[in-house]
Every structure is written in structure tokens, then in C-alpha cells.
Design a protein around this ligand. Sequence first.
Ligand code: ADP
Length: 482
Amino acid sequence: MTAVLSVASECAPLVKTGGLADVVGALPEALRPEGVSMRVLLPGYPAVLEALETGATAVMTENDLFGGPARVLAGRAAELDLLVLDAPHLYERAGSIYLGPDGRDWPDNPQRFAALSWIAARIAAEGIAPGGESWRPDTLHCHDWQAGLAPDYLAQMSGGANVRTVMTVHNIAFQGLFEPHLIEALRLPRHRFTTEGFEYYGRVSALKAGLVAADRLTTVSPTYAAELLRPDFGMGLDGVLRARRRALTGILNGIDETAWSPASDPHIARTYRLPARKRPNKAALQAEMGLPDAPGPLCCVVSRLTDQKGIDLLLEALPALLDRGGQLALLGSGDPALERALREAAHDPNVSVRIGYDEALSHRLIAGADAILVPSRFEPCGLTQLYGLRYGTVPLVALTGGLADTVIHASPAAIDRGVATGVQFHPVDAAPLAVALDRLCDLYARPDIWAQMQRNAMKQPVGWSVSAKAYAALYRDATAEA
Ligand code: ADP
């Protein structure tokens, strides 16, 4: 058995703002058959502490962790082996896990996630003994900037040299920047505040710290791994990644095939195994969203509303869908300007918008719609197009990142060979998106081709089995190299 400590700021189903949580929550079970025993270290947000089953025990304490006492609880929740950093001065607060009531980052986010990274390094360096049995990871797997400082901390600790480190980039847009006057207070080695270390244009980047210090780097799709080396996608870190390209691999995310299964989904109107049986879900969704019957495809979107997701492009291209008798049903929240623009668009009787976060509705949208739209400007992996494939809901996606790796475009050749699963467009702009929506309507009007695409989509493997093997091999290789 390889022992791995996975460190992240979110983990489904306990606490989630995006795909990061899904991946962190899915990996332990996916990796078990591959001989990997994984524990997940999370911040002790109220929701996580409440979810811990009785019997959790303290396995590590610290008298003053950046302004207050802290302890690590080992326990179980949601069928996961968890280590929870219980530090009320850092995590016991209402509201979002990253943002205060004013909608801005919590001012002490550097301390909050440096603390998580420090404790991760201590567990890796010293080991723990939950239930009296000692446990120490062979590999420390750090996710995104919130865990990015852990490899630097580990390097300071005796015992740290025996543990390998993996840093995974789920989204390079989030870099964990803070001012250099915090370096000593956060127990970071000032001599590493250099171009080769964690300095980033005069500030500290917790993500860059991980990218330069970890033994292995991964991101969540092969295409995103290649894109990250380019200035137009690397967001200032492409040079750092080019220097480390041999350490970097892209491993696709999978989805939770139990939670996302049209044959057993408890949230949807009618479960189904064949695309032809999907129909009652469309009628139910139209009724729920207040949409009339229509001759064109019903397209859905489930998304954070940020510039990344290209929702502004969709609004611009929308007439191409509506003019062909298509419909849009969207669920999302985020940028207030986008929320306003969407509410405005919903004055059209064939557009329905729900602003908010609603897990159950997201299932009904994906089961009920004919197609799912993901017009992202960049997309490290993307999960909703994978849900779409599993549910026979044809994905229309931008040709970027994981969207490029998971959808087979309905080119004439792919249709002839009977392998198409969706529609891709490029470059990522409103005019090509409008052309793609028009193409989608053409395909929808050809029931034989459409049904074939749905069948192809539902047959495509979108679970964890392939990627779990890739992670297990990565951990093994990293350990063997040492
Ligand atoms: P990202 O991590 O960039 O937000 P992903 O596609 O990787 O994008 O993951 C998004 C996850 O969050 C998916 O599981 C998606 O279903 C879910 N999600 C996003 N917005 C909502 C929402 N408003 N309601 C319910 N689920 C949502």
C-alpha cells in the first residue's frame, strides 16, 4: 500500500465551490483498488467539523498557529478518512469559505491556508497515530494554491526528505498572492523569496511556491498541461512551468459515476438507460423552468458565472439558438453583472434562468436537456460536459483544455464513422459559438444522427478507472525515484 496525504481547501460532499472539491472527494475511493490509501486534510470549517462522525480524536496540536491554538482531528465523514485542522480563529466563521460578507477575500486568507499547508508538512514529516496505529504518508499531494506552501515547509522540517510531493493545478487563475512582509510571520524562508523560489512580481505566490518546490506537477487534462506552457494560458506562470515541463503531466478528471448515473439518479423525474427514454425528463424540466414546448434543442448550462466560463459570449450568440426554435435553461451564480444580463435575457419566453447553487436542479437540467453548453475561454478539465456525456445530453464546448480532450466533434468524418459525441468550436468567440449553435440545431434536426451521438456519448468512459491508475503510477514513480 502507498500512503498519500491529500491536502485541499474543499472536498465534496462536505464543502464545495467547484470541480476541485469533486476531485478531492472522489480520489480516495478511486485509488483504493490501485493500492493507495489516502487521507484528506481539510480546514475545520463549521460544516466539516459538524460532519465528523463521533469518535474523532486529536492527533496533533499546536499552541499558536498564526494567532490561535489548533489541533488536528482524525476521523471519518462521508465515507472519507479525514484529518481536520480545527483552528477556530481561522475557520470558524459564517459565509463563504474564501470570501467575507463584503464579497472580497477574507483578509487573513494567507494565514488560513498557510496554516493548512504547515500542518500538512508536519503530518508528512512527523507522522501521526490515529487510534494508536502510526501512519505517515509516502507522498504529500497538494491541490491548488491553498496547499502550495506545503513543499517549502516540508523542506524545513527534519524527516521531510523522506516524503515525495505532488502539486496539482486545478486552475492556474488562482495563484494565492500576498505581500512579502508576511514571509517571516508565515514561517517561510526569506532566502526563497527569489525568482527561482516563491517570489512573483514582488509578491509571494503560494501556487508558484508549489510549482517550483514539488517533485511532480500535474494538471487535470493533457491539453491544459500543454496550454499552461503558453503565455496566453499560463497567466504569468508559463515560464515557471516551461522550466519544469518534464515534471508536469496532465491526468483527466473523472466523475462520480454513482452520484451521476441516469439509471439511478434520485433527483430526476424518470431514470433511464437508453437515450430514447430520456424524454419525460425534458417535459418535466420545461414545466419546472416555465419553458414552452419548442421545435429546437433545449440547451442547459450549469456553471459558476465568471469571465472564464464565456457566458457573455453565449448571451451574444444566443439568437442563433433561439432563431432555430431552441431553448436555454441556465443555473449559475457569481458575477453580479452576468447575473443581471442573464435575468434580462430571460425575458425571452424560451430562456429560463435560475441564479443560485442547487445540486438537485443541476441533475434535472443535465438529465432533461438535449444539449449542455460549455463555452469556456479556458477550462482545465470541466465536469459538466462529462455529466452531459453520461446522460446522453450532447455537449457543445469550446475547443480548449479538458473540453478538447473529452468531446469528439461531429465533423462529417466522425459522423460517417459513427464516433461523434458533441460539437466543438474555435476560436472561443461569439461568432464561432453562433455557428456551432446553428450546427447543433442541424444535428438535432436529424434524429438518426442525434440518437447515434447520444449513444456514443453514453458509452464513453467518464469515470475514474483510467485516471486512478495514472495517479497511482505517479505516486509509485515519485517514490521509486527518491
Ligand atoms: P469549476 O471547477 O471551474 O467551477 P467544473 O466544471 O470543473 O468547473 O466543476 C463545476 C462543478 O460545480 C460541477 O460539479 C458543477 O455541476 C457544479 N456547479 C457549478 N455551478 C453550480 C450551481 N450553480 N449549482 C449546482 N452545481 C453547480
